[in-house]
Ligand binder design. Structure first.
Ligand code: SAH
Length: 460
């Protein structure tokens, strides 16, 4: 039981209802889970790290590859005994395992799930929990403090005043239909969110201590293209750049075809927008790109990289690659390898092709690259990229760069450069949320170490 002052100033006694959220998958899911947590806390629930102490359990799931789906199913199945022991427990299955269509098959297979929620939608759970019948079953004496998503978007208590870097989804869903990708089937059609909502959320997050905001979308650079009343991404960035107290703005993931000059110039011109671009190529061979229905050629991607480097000085570029796409020959793979060796990008997120139910590739293209060969190709790119990144990072050695510090891990503060490099700094001071110039003293492929710069002539 807890005592809390309600909005009219009266003290009310409320039962300590606990919730537990498990999140898997992309940044979008992390952001979605945060919303669910905020919504639950708005109803008076508080977080617990132990599912067995919770009255409400949320599983926010990913199915982008078979391995993620297996993990989600495993986790869900492991909840069956908890539900059996406590039939009042509310289990909410959310995210891409559910998708945006009626989850009839899942309902049959997992009858112990109380609520199914599509990705990015805390609504079904929150309306379920506020039904009188459910409230009395849960002996829920809490009061609604204010309506969901009212004025402020409060961060969950554990993150309030602590979270330095937050995500805001700005484009929901995706309408691109790359042949391998299940996301459009689970997240539905592309839909840009109103700019006012995004700005309101950003301001609210900044009031709660957030200093860096990452805008999210499957194809984030298509923001506004589905709705002529909205600004383009460059315009949205301009408006966000005005927010006082906000230090940094990032956005991901971009599609090469929509990276306009206008956007690149905005990134270069706006002081808060970081010189870091996530723009997947997926394969370095034109035929494979056609089979993937990506909508650009290797040459166009190369030119984009050149242009990014020209317009945004010091830009860091991250890409995604899928190895072992159906029909990918050793020679076609070699093209990808050679391209990566040549472009020397800052990050390559690597994945082995995994056929996903319902996608074009799963229906029409046999998954003919053997598992060992996929692994072999994966390892080759991994080794190559490790060398490239170590080399890029070594150029930071001795330089003084601004770092936004996020949290302390043991004795070291963890932060990132504008180019999204992980930097550690040994310090007893409270650096949370501060952007400070530090001198890089050591670099490796995954992180860097730093110290406060020693001023010239200071002698100490
Ligand atoms: N919308 C983004 C990200 C999609 S999911 C984009 O357009 O790139 C993140 C990454 O997972 C993708 O970039 C891709 O590299 C990988 N991925 C997606 N579907 C996959 C599949 N069926 N098998 C293996 N990797 C996949």
């Amino acid at each position: 039981m807890r005592i809390r002052r309600n909005t009219s100033g009266l003290f009310v006694i409320i039962a300590a209802m606990k919730y537990y959220v498990w999140t898997e998958g992309c940044q979008m899911n992390v952001a979605d889970s945060q919303r669910v947590s905020s919504g639950l806390e708005n109803l008076g629930y508080s977080a617990t790290a132990k599912p067995e102490d919770a009255s409400v359990i949320v599983l926010n799931t990913c199915v982008v590859r078979q391995s993620a789906e297996n993990k989600a199913i495993g986790r869900l199945s492991s909840l069956a005994p908890l539900k059996k022991a406590n039939p009042n427990l509310v289990i909410n299955l959310m995210g891409c395992l559910v998708g945006f269509r009626a989850p009839d098959k899942l309902r049959e297979r997992f009858p112990f799930v109380d609520v199914f929620s599509p990705p990015s939608d805390p609504g079904p759970l929150l309306s379920y929990l506020t039904q009188d019948e459910v409230r009395s079953r849960l002996k829920d004496e809490t009061r609604l403090r204010n309506a969901w998503m009212d004025e402020d978007l409060p961060l969950p208590a554990v993150e309030h005043g602590k979270l330095v870097s937050a995500h805001i989804p700005i484009v929901l869903g995706c309408s691109h239909a790359c042949t391998y990708c299940i996301i459009p089937y689970r997240r539905g059609a592309e839909q840009s969110r109103p700019a006012e909502d995004i700005l309101k959320e950003a301001r609210s997050l900044v009031r709660q201590g957030v200093r860096e905001i990452t805008l999210l979308g499957q194809i984030v650079d298509r923001y506004g293209l589905d709705d002529p009343s909205l600004p383009r991404l460059s315009g949205l960035l301009e408006q966000l750049n005005e927010i006082e107290g906000l230090e940094r703005i990032r956005f991901l993931t971009s599609h090469p075809a929509y990276m306009t000059d206008d956007l690149l110039k905005a990134v270069a011109a706006l002081d808060k927008v970081c010189p870091h671009i996530e723009v997947p190529i997926q394969a370095g061979d034109d035929e494979v790109l056609v089979n993937m229905k990506r909508g650009y050629t290797v040459e166009q991607y190369r030119r984009l990289v050149e242009k990014l480097r020209r317009i945004i000085p010091g830009v860091s570029i991250a890409t995604d690659i899928i190895v072992g796409f159906p029909g990918e020959t050793a020679e076609q793979f070699q093209h990808t390898y050679d391209l990566l060796a040549d472009l020397k990008l800052d990050v390559a997120h690597l994945a082995r092709y995994s056929p996903r139910e319902g996608t074009l590739s799963a229906r029409h293209m046999p998954d003919d690259v053997p598992a060992e060969e996929k692994m072999h190709r994966f390892r080759l790119l991994e080794e190559l990229q490790e060398k490239i990144v170590a080399e890029i990072h070594s150029r930071y050695l001795g330089q003084t760069v601004p770092v936004l510090f996020e949290e302390k891990v043991k004795s070291r503060w963890r932060g990132r450069t504008g180019t999204n490099k992980l930097v550690f700094l040994e310090s007893d001071a409270d650096l949370r949320g501060q952007v400070l110039p530090v001198q890089i003293t050591w670099t490796g492929p995954w992180s860097m170490q730093s110290r406060f710069p020693v001023e010239d002539g200071a002698g100490k």
